[in-house]
Structure formats: C-alpha cells, structure tokens
Design a protein around this ligand. Structure first.
Ligand SMILES: C[S@@+](CC[C@H](N)C(=O)[O-])C[C@H]1O[C@@H](n2cnc3c(N)ncnc32)[C@H](O)[C@@H]1O
Length: 205
C-alpha cells in the first residue's frame, strides 16, 4: 500500500489539511471533484450511496447532493475523523471493501475513489468489484489506473517509486465482467498524460 496508514486522529487531520495543499495536487483534486459531480449529474445518479473507501471524506460534499452518503473505510481513525468533522448522519463505519457488512442491493450506488490502483492482483480487484456490484442496485463509480503504451514505455525507462498497479482497458472490462459489472463510461483525469480514470459501471442483475 502506498497511502499512509493512519495511527491516530491527528495524523488524519494533518493529512486532510496538507495532502492537496500544493497547487498541482489541489488542481488534480478539484478536477477529480468536478468530474465526479459532472458524472453524477449527467447520469442522474442518486442515493443512497456507499462511499468506500471514504478516507477523510473528500467527496462527501459532492456525493451528498445526489443522496444520503454512507462512509466506510478500513481505517479506524479515518472513520473517527469522518464522523467528527464530515458527517455522522448516518455514521461512517469501519469495513473492508472486499467484505461489506450490508445486504444485497442495500444502496443505489457505490463510490470508490483511489483504492483499486493499490490492489495488485486480478483476484483481489474482482473480489472488491464483486462486493460493490452486490450491494449496489443501480451504479458503481470507481477510479483506477488504466495503462496506455505511453505509460508502459515510461515505466520501462523510469523506475517509479510508488507501487501503483495499472491495468489495460481490456483487462478492466474483463475483470468488471467477472465481478458482474458492465463498463458504461470512462473518463481520463488528465487526458493523454495520467493513467487515472473515473469509470461508471452498472451491475448486471
Ligand atoms: C488514498 S485513500 C482514498 C480515500 C478517498 N476515497 C479519497 O479519494 O480521498 C485510500 C483509503 O482506502 C482505505 N482502504 C484501504 N484498503 C481498504 C479496503 N480494503 N477496504 C476499505 N478501505 C480501504 C484506507 O484506509 C484509506 O482511507
């Protein structure tokens, strides 16, 4: 995992205040927020929504415009931060994306941002996508890294410090299919340059 595993509430507070402070990271975060808002509006997506992983609640103000948002995250202190500073109505809970404590179709939509690129095997990615498909009746938005020949070439020349897993578009479609999800649309956060994609899926039920 390349993100920080928070060990107390202060670490989450510090991260939330600093992570997107530099102009370039702030620009990327704002772009991600705007793209998600646009995807939600253009597709008339509504709630209740499961935001997993909810982290420090970066997307809460955007998602809550579309419906009730339920946060869930593996990290105890992320959940504590969310309930204290973002919203506790309904309260966020500690949960693993691969084993969600909700019945089938409990939510209308599931939102998952900046998790899948940290999951390194197809089996583990499919297990998570399967859980999203199971608990969602209408839609799943997930961000992940999709490689192009340019990224593959770049990575073969420049050793990247972070452990991020990129998959090809065909792999994405196949893994989603195995999980019971159909890819409806895919938008690039920085077209031509960055591998981060925001994907909209529908569960095939
Ligand atoms: C990079 S943050 C992304 C948070 C938020 N979605 C965002 O974009 O700001 C990754 C989060 O995933 C959580 N996480 C990691 N593995 C998880 C898992 N298997 N299930 C649920 N949450 C997980 C971490 O605790 C962390 O809060």
């Amino acid at each position: 995992m390349t993100y920080k595993i928070w060990e107390n509430l202060e670490q989450v507070e510090k991260y939330a205040n600093k992570r997107y402070k530099s102009w370039d990271q702030r620009w990327i975060s704002n772009r991600e927020l705007n793209m998600v808002a646009q995807m939600v509006a253009e597709n008339n997506l509504s709630g209740p929504i499961l935001d997993c992983p909810s982290g420090f609640g970066r997307f809460h103000h955007i998602l809550s415009k579309a419906g009730e948002v339920h946060g869930a995250d593996l990290n105890h202190f992320a959940v504590e931060y969310y309930n204290k500073f973002i919203s506790d109505n309904p309260p966020a809970i500690e949960a693993r994306a691969e084993d969600l404590p909700f019945p089938d179709n409990h939510f209308k939509g599931v939102f998952s941002f900046r998790l899948i690129q940290h999951i390194h095997t197809p089996e583990d990615r499919i297990a998570i996508l399967k859980e999203y498909a199971r608990v969602s009746s209408h839609w799943v938005i997930a961000s992940l890294y999709v490689s192009s020949w340019l990224h593959l070439l770049h990575r073969s020349i420049v050793k990247m410090p972070s452990k991020i897993t990129m998959i090809t578009q065909n792999q994405l479609i196949e893994e989603a299919k195995s999980a019971g999800l159909k890819l409806k649309s895919m938008d690039s956060v920085i077209p031509g340059l960055h591998a981060n994609r925001i994907c909209l899926f529908t569960p095939e039920k």
